[in-house]
Design a protein. Structure first.
Length: 502
């Protein structure tokens, strides 16, 4: 079944969902008091958080080690593909993971993804040339895509609804420490031990979360089978969705390639990428996603809008601070650290018991905070404004994203039937990934078109590059405001009562 054909109505409130052990109608009083770190959930929570922590640390550390790796492997010409290779294969793996989870449960795709992710790290860490390194990054993307969707399904199946906001808050909190110490640790390792150890050291830590959560996951699957809540295992995966995922990944890769060239030759891959991406993504996401149909389609759409607007702006902030305000790269990077801390705070806030009654309002507030943050960061383009305004603005933006992203995830789970949680989780992640591809790509095109591509060259005028940054921030602010306006379509009006004749 596709997400669009879900028998679960999108206008049902989370507390109306059947069979959820976290609702007020089921479970004993003692069970209602359990938290995510209480006995029944402790091992699973710690294992999940450990996996996210490792992925987060790898993501932040790689950004520091990548320039050195590309130089040592004589592959600066393939530098961008080391990032896009990961991203493109993860798109495909997300859809496969969703199908796999719905048909066989999350245990196999989760453990397979962790193993594949570790194998990709080993390939990249031992690469003898840049092409092998890019291949390793692509293998990592396959593993990462399998893992992230499987983790969402685990949350939906293993935790009652009242605890899911807390688990998603823990997801966000797991990025805080890596975002602060990741670049520092990675820089020290790269300088003193070599860039390879940034990749080779992480697989050694993968065994710990596997050992911690494997028994708990097996108990969850066994309990589901005993009470008949899980569908019978099947290998009959939806080949149509998998082929569509291949088309989306290929189209995204071609568009990224074309966006980097920006010449006449780029027109052909751009057209081919659009031809593959457009029709495939329209069939892969829930029907009505791109017209913001009420309910689940709007939830899926807003994930991509939020992620794309925020990260497109964030990608250009360090470059702006270095080229326009002449900060060191370290200080420019530290300006964004406040966003990681407040993101965790926003996620924690939406996980409070009272937040469930205000979920839709929290999403709108999150978008508004993100819009204010992007506009505030643009103030650093004004010479008389101190650069610290970026750190203050990004603290607001991180808090807004914490409210929005975690709340969207909670709503997606609430609106998903048990046998479609995998497909809908995959749709959520695909929307996130596409939002990043399209809006970061748009920001790059705008920047180049307005004279920013040659920043640092003697021929570049300060006015031209400043205009590029300013337009990017203005466009992303507008998109965040559009997300706030669209958030009202998450709600589905209750059907009018039928009229009866006298």
């Amino acid at each position: 079944m596709t997400p669009a054909s879900s028998p679960l109505r999108a206008d049902r409130r989370p507390d109306d969902l059947p069979g959820d052990p976290g609702t007020a109608t089921t479970g004993s009083a003692a069970e209602q008091e359990h938290g995510v770190l209480s006995g029944p959930y402790r091992a699973l929570t710690l294992g999940i958080v450990s996996v996210v922590l490792l992925i987060a640390f790898e993501a932040t550390a790689v950004n520091t080690a990548m320039p050195v790796a590309a130089q040592r492997l004589h592959g600066l010409g393939l530098y961008a593909f080391a990032f896009s290779g990961y991203f493109t294969t993860s798109l495909f793996a997300m859809v496969v993971s969703g199908e796999w989870c719905d048909k066989r449960g999350p245990l196999a795709p989760l453990f397979t993804g962790i193993a594949v992710f570790g194998a990709g790290l080993l390939v990249a860490g031992t690469a003898v040339n840049m092409w092998v390194f890019v291949a390793g990054r692509a293998v990592q993307g396959l593993g990462g895509g399998l893992v992230i969707v499987a983790l969402y399904v685990v949350v939906g199946r293993a935790f009652p609804e009242r605890l899911r906001p807390s688990v998603f808050a823990a997801f966000s909190a797991s990025w805080v420490l890596p975002s602060i110490i990741g670049p520092v640790v990675s820089g020290a390792v790269t300088e003193h031990l070599g860039w390879r150890w940034v990749f080779l050291a992480i697989p050694a830590f993968i065994l710990l979360p596997l050992a911690v959560m494997a028994p708990a996951l097996r108990r969850v699957e066994r309990a589901e089978r005993e009470r008949g809540a899980a569908a019978p295992p099947s290998w009959n995966l939806d080949r149509r969705r998998i082929l569509l995922a291949l088309a989306v990944s290929a189209g995204a890769g071609l568009l990224q390639y074309a966006g980097q060239r920006l010449d006449a030759v780029a027109l052909l891959p751009a057209l081919a990428g659009a031809a593959l991406l457009g029709p495939a993504i329209a069939r892969l996401l829930p029907a009505g996603t791109f017209r913001a149909a009420r309910g689940l389609p709007t939830v899926i759409l807003l994930r991509g809008v939020a992620a794309g607007a925020f990260f497109a702006a964030e990608a250009f902030i360090p470059l702006m601070l270095v080229t326009q305000r002449h900060l060191s790269p370290t200080l420019a990077g530290l300006s964004l650290t406040s966003g990681g801390l407040s993101w965790a705070a926003g996620s924690w806030l939406q996980g409070r018991p009272w937040a469930g009654r205000h979920r839709h309002g929290l999403i709108r507030a999150g978008f508004l905070l993100t819009a204010v943050a992007i506009a505030g960061a643009a103030l650093a383009l004004v010479p008389g404004v101190p650069p610290v305004v970026v750190a203050v603005a990004w603290m607001l933006g991180g808090g807004g994203m914490g409210l929005t992203i975690a709340s969207v995830s909670v709503l997606m789970m609430s609106l998903s039937a048990p046998d479609e949680a995998g497909a809908n989780s995959a749709s959520l992640q695909v929307s996130d990934a596409l939002g990043n591809i399209l809006l970061v790509g748009l920001a790059g095109v705008l920047f180049s078109a307005l004279g920013g591509a040659a920043v640092g060259h003697a021929t570049t005028t300060a006015t031209g590059s400043t205009a590029g940054f300013g337009v990017i921030f203005a466009v992303m602010t507008a998109i965040a405001l559009l997300g706030a306006a669209t958030s009202g379509r998450i709600r589905v009006p209750a059907p009018a009562p039928e009229l009866t004749s006298a």
